[in-house]
Design a protein. Sequence first.
Lengths: 273, 295
Amino acid sequence: MSAARKEANAGGRWLGLYVLAYLVFLYLPILLIPLFSFNDSIQAAFPLQGFTLGWYETLYGNPALSGALANSLVIGFVAASGATLCGITVSYMDLYGRSPLAATISAIARLPILIPGVIVGISLLILVNLIGLGPSRVAIVLGHILVALPTTVVVMRSRFAAIPKTIREAALDLGASDWTTFRRVMLPLSLPAVLSAFMLAFLTSFDEFIVVFFLAGTEPTLPLYIWSQLRFPRSLPTVMALGTVILAVSFVIATLAEILRHRGLGAARRNPA
Amino acid sequence: MSTIVAARPSPETRISPVFRFAMLLPGGVVTFFLILFALGLVLFLAFRSNDGSLLGAGLTAANFVTVATDPLYWTVTLRSLVIAGLVTLATVATAYPVAYYLAFHAGRRRNLLLFLVTLPFWTSYLFRVFAWKIVLAYNGVLNSAFIESGLWSEPTLAFLNTPAAVVVTLAHAYAPFAILPIYVALDTIPKSLLEAASDLGARPFTSFRRVVLPNSMPGVLAAALVVFVPTVGDYVTPAMVGGPASTMIGTLIQSQFGKANDWPFGAALSVCVMLVILCVVLVARGADRRFGSRT
């Protein structure tokens, strides 16, 4: 083994330790929330005061909380459906539409990455007031479609691009119409990515706060409810219990989305023709 | 065979207009109406004066004159730029070694590690910020842990409500954004380049400095952009952990559409933020070209 190689391996070990420390930095503050949600004290401070599930019990039978949760679920579902539909069509046409318009739409669809959330929020606030809609659940759905759009476009575009061109050409050569090719060939082949894009869009909407702050009417979403509770020190443990549940659900959904994304790509490589 | 293929219309030319229209419709509506038209409204409103109505009145540059002449807005803009710049620098500098490890040393653990560093991205931003509030608070985790361990006898107020708290919190909240672009840039560097450098006698550090680093600059710039943009307009973190000394431009925009209720002025501030971001994007583009983007 050359000296250079040895040096590189030693460097790799130090880097490995650094990555470990980085992961601790990344996760430690987040994991404090579950830790203190089981702590029998109103203060989030050491030493721990003993184990309790009492804060979780306070989550039950809270109509404001369950209303906000129902709102978030409905809005997340509708917004994710919209964002996924746009992600599928925009990226498909970008890759196969061969028109400048399709390429332009795809470029603009990824633009919200370069707009701070506060500006997305106020621009939509002006828009929904102009068309007479006002701050409402529909307004939040529109906002969340925008926020999730870059994600769904990127996920779907990389999936469509990974399907060998010959499959689509074969379908078209065998007489399938554009619509049939899209619906019977391309869409089934990218189904795992569609599910993955949907889940990520749902998570984005479910956790989103910056845009929703401007667009919510009388019916708050879950993050807005949490924000309203943060003002009262007394309700902090309840917020942490709620946060723990949300974190756990987010982790599960994100993990499923990741598995689906990889499974989809693997299937495409295994069956190239 | 080839003559038969040539005789057929190529698949691209026979896309039916109905299919094309139906497929372009959802994206078209969203991009042109929700993005371009809505941003156009902001630009229009920025040149109106506030008369209490939705779209204001008249046509004036007074909002921009106020922004340019009132020192308050210069202070806050400068502070936002400094905070966002520090956050970007910290995030990119700490993410680079992680991306480097993922690209060159992770081996079988690569997919797991990639997943672990991106997972926090999908958790609530509000909770990531809230977590720091309970860490830094006067009666919080850090103070109580230090007192418990006997390092300090008194809790300190020095953590919460400082610009430093904003920088740390934002750097943590946006950390996952930075790793992926850098990793992709590092991963696509052809291995033959590294072998060539090593064969030509370059020490690992030299080959890093002269080959890896320049080739990964497009990823570094992309990472800097995706961290800088959301942080420069952030208003939640300053409100939660920053205190009054950390008011950022996003806070001012938010209050114009809330308590202050001067939408045209808020729109003008938004236009200024977008102009700043445009400048940053152009600088990043220019730097990207200098390094010879491979994308």
